[in-house]
Design a protein around this ligand. Structure first.
Ligand code: HEM
Ligand SMILES: *[C@@H]1O[C@H](CO)[C@@H](O)[C@H](O)[C@H]1NC(C)=O
Ligand SMILES: *[C@@H]1O[C@H](CO)[C@@H](O)[C@H](O)[C@H]1NC(C)=O
Ligand SMILES: *[C@@H]1O[C@H](CO)[C@@H](O)[C@H](O)[C@H]1NC(C)=O
Length: 513
């Protein structure tokens, strides 16, 4: 879910706000009376229009961007293809900018016209994420419109707490224990369809994570219009990070149309379920229960939001894992050995060969690979909050209305927290990280409720992938693209083939080599 990063990614949004922010800046420069004695966090606020965004663009090795910067002012009035190029540059630039933030610091800046405080200090990040009464989530209106205003991400207080309770009921450990074998079937059928082919890892992983999300949200509902849902999501995602210009032909327009269609598909499911009057033990069932007290619109917005949050995130992490394992033979061997020994154990004891919950809790090597990938890839590199009132923290003032960005990636890549941070080394997680230094799923009020499910589906896929298949990365480029999270170049094309001891009749013969 790059919902959070999205805030600053839209150039049209930016341009419209340039004017407004000038006005705002004027006020923000003067913290309100009561706290005037407290200093603002250090850092230069930069040039008033776009603040340090200008400097961060000029750090882009690609000179193109720096020379095009003046076009910003005319963006909303032009629809040329330059837009999408500019847009992609901005995504890159923002990551460059945040990567220069010193570790342990709190640092004031501007991002695209908004005054903000960037935080790479673990305690401060935790403080911001846990003090919901002081810091609220903040998103651009276009993202809210696209995902649905009633979505869990955008809210606080009683409504948010109610939604969170309902979502956690479906995704907490006790609830997902029962779907291990269903997830396993999905994993096996995906792997089977990839066998012997050149695949784009990211796209195929999206298909896997989408099916797992549908399973947990709709159970095995036969009335599910899966094709329709898939098609709409595809369009929605393509438009999500586009310019929010709602004119026929734009990606944004198409995405908004797809969103409407999604709502219709969901309305159909809701009405069929009401007619059938069956109990459903899935997220939809939980949202529809009388006690939940949700309107149809609230249900729809949140189903759309949860699928969105579940899919690309988990697929991106899986793609990075495939890359890192593909590049490090010794780590791959350790994972394969751990997974193979689970199979051998089951066979020796004459047990069912299916994975069960306790198997997945007994995969320490593989789990460390997941943790290390979450750290090093830090796919949600930061999130956004906004100060609800003037806040004092560590002797500094964060004025009301300022954006606050906990920078997860910086915290995860600081040598103070992780030795040789740029090295992929799962064994570092043999020791528990220092408190608050590892937050791949966020922390506090809005922390990811899907984290157990994400880890479970990754483990299940890796179990079958490593014991039954080998893969090779097509051309090992080290480039990164954004789609919408940082992703290996071209979505990581790989070829997958069955291992010699895994025959096409799909029986697995354990070997000891
Ligand atoms: C490895 C995959 C995933 C990662 C790295 C991840 C990361 C995150 C993070 C960092 C947040 C907090 C954002 C913030 O504080 O602004 C979050 C929120 C959320 N995630 Fe995930 N997530 C993943 C998978 C999932 C899955 C599988 C689901 C659904 C089953 C899910 C559902 C959600 C929801 C609903 C929220 C919003 C919670 C709220 O606002 O209270 N995520 N996720
Ligand atoms: C899960 O599988 C393990 C063997 O891998 C077995 O020892 C255990 O009894 C199984 N647990 C359940 C609840 O079936
Ligand atoms: C693979 O990972 C191990 C453990 O982290 C490390 O010692 C080794 O240098 C890595 N090898 C390569 C080729 O990166
Ligand atoms: C938040 O961080 C604390 C300390 O690092 C940790 O104990 C807690 O489990 C985290 N909460 C969530 C929801 O991740």
């Amino acid at each position: 879910m790059e919902l959070s990063t999205a805030f600053c990614l839209s150039a049209a949004f930016l341009s419209i706000l340039l004017f407004k922010s000038l006005v705002k800046l004027f006020f923000f420069s003067f913290p309100s009376k009561g706290n005037r004695q407290l200093p603002l966090p250090p850092g230069t606020m930069g040039w008033p229009y776009i603040g340090e965004t200008f400097q961060m663009y000029s750090q882009d090795p690609n000179v193109f961007f720096a020379t095009k910067i003046n076009r910003f002012k005319t963006i909303p009035f032009s629809l040329s293809s330059t837009l999408s190029i500019l847009f992609k540059k901005m995504v890159t630039c923002i990551s460059i900018c945040t990567s220069t933030v010193r570790y342990g610091s709190m640092f004031k800046s501007h991002i695209l016209g908004y005054p903000c405080v960037m935080i790479s200090n673990p305690e401060a990040a935790k403080f911001v994420l846990n003090k919901a009464q002081l810091f609220k989530p903040t998103f651009p209106a276009s993202k809210e419109r696209m995902l649905g205003k009633q979505g869990i991400f955008f809210h606080q207080g009683a409504y948010h707490a109610n939604l969170r309770r309902l979502v956690l009921r479906t995704f907490k450990t006790e609830a997902i224990k029962d779907i291990v074998s269903d997830i396993e079937s999905i994993a096996l059928s995906c792997l089977n369809s990839w066998e012997g082919k050149l695949i784009t890892t990211f796209l195929e992983m999206k298909s896997y994570t989408f099916n797992v999300a549908l399973l947990s949200i709709f159970g095995k509902d036969e009335n599910l219009n899966e094709e329709g849902l898939k098609r709409c999501y595809y369009t929605l995602e393509r438009g999500y990070n586009s310019m929010p210009i709602n004119l026929p032909g734009t990606l944004f327009h198409k995405a908004m149309k797809a969103r409407k269609e999604l709502a219709q598909i969901l309305a159909q499911i809701i009405s069929t379920r009401r007619k059938m009057k069956q109990e459903h033990n899935d997220l939809m069932g939980s949202f529809m229960s009388e006690k939940a007290g949700l309107t149809d619109e609230q249900i729809t917005d949140n189903i759309i939001g949860v699928i969105f949050a579940a899919r690309d995130t988990t697929a991106t992490v899986l793609t990075w894992i495939i890359k890192y394992l593909g590049e490090n033979q010794s780590v791959l061997e350790a994972v394969t050995e751990e997974q193979g020994s689970i199979l051998r154990g089951k066979e020796e004891n004459g047990e069912e060969m299916d994975l069960n919950w306790s198997d997945t809790k007994n995969m320490p090597v593989t789990s460390r690979v997941i943790q290390e990938t979450l750290r090093i890839a830090s796919i949600l590199s930061f999130t956004f909050r906004e100060a609800i009132e003037d806040v004092e923290f560590q002797g500094y003032l964060i004025p009301k209305g300022w954006k606050v960005l906990p920078l997860f990636r910086n915290i995860h890549h600081s040598p103070d927290n992780f030795k040789e941070p740029e090295k992929f080394d799962p064994s570092r997680f043999e020791v528990t990280p220092k408190p608050d230094t590892f937050m791949p799923f966020g922390n506090g009020t809005h922390a990811c409720p899907g984290n157990e499910l994400a880890k479970l589906e990754i483990l299940v896929l890796l179990h079958h992938l490593t014991t039954k298949y080998s893969w090779c990365i097509k051309d090992a480029k080290n480039g990164i693209q954004y789609g919408p999270f940082a992703l290996p170049q071209d979505g990581l094309p790989i070829t997958i083939y069955p291992k010699h001891n895994y025959h096409s009749n799909k029986t697995w013969r354990p070997t000891n080599n």
